[in-house]
Design a protein around this ligand. Sequence first.
Ligand code: TYD
Length: 205
Amino acid sequence: MLVTLEGIDGTGKSTLLMALREKLADLEPVFTREPGATWVGESVRRAIAEQIDPITEATLFVADHAAHLATVVRPALRDNKLVISDRYSDSRFAYQSVTLEGVIPEPEGWLRAMHNGWSIVPDKTFLLAIPVDDALERLAEKSGREHFERREILEKVQDRYLAFARAEPGRFVVVDALMEKEELAGFVADAIRQMVAHGRKQKRK
Ligand code: TYD
């Protein structure tokens, strides 16, 4: 089962992940992330830091996704493991459709087409949503901002994410990121636990 966590920068995704590691330890999930842990992921981080042109950046993110699937996601799913990914393809569809605006004709369609035929669609995606002002406030406490972390960009990115959630209500769960930390982690952990239990029951039938 593949679960992904998405949301703009500053939603508290990292804090949630730390809590999930503890709460779901008995399920022995494989925790992973995009950009990933391979050298391809490193080149993505370098591209972000150097603010390379947006097409190079977008294609590197897709390359990183391919490496992530090959080295982590597919092997884990083959072993019937629960995989929890901090960011995944929806990050591309949300962020790069904004950074490629005006650069290529239909960024979102182009990005989705690049994933077609080989990528794996998550079983469930938790989208952390937050007023952009609150996200910026949280980011201000962190140093070394990336170029994605500007208000205009984050507003558009979050709008895209919310549109995806409306388009695929069966896959997305929109979570209010302003919820109290423990409550939020409890909610997401319980939802994942129920899905896993349900999945096992289905298999037994
Ligand atoms: P991440 O490492 O999750 O950010 P941090 O740990 O610094 O919060 O991701 C780095 C940035 O890359 C983040 O702003 C989101 C962006 N991003 C994309 O634009 N497209 C993508 O496909 C992914 C995976 C991330």
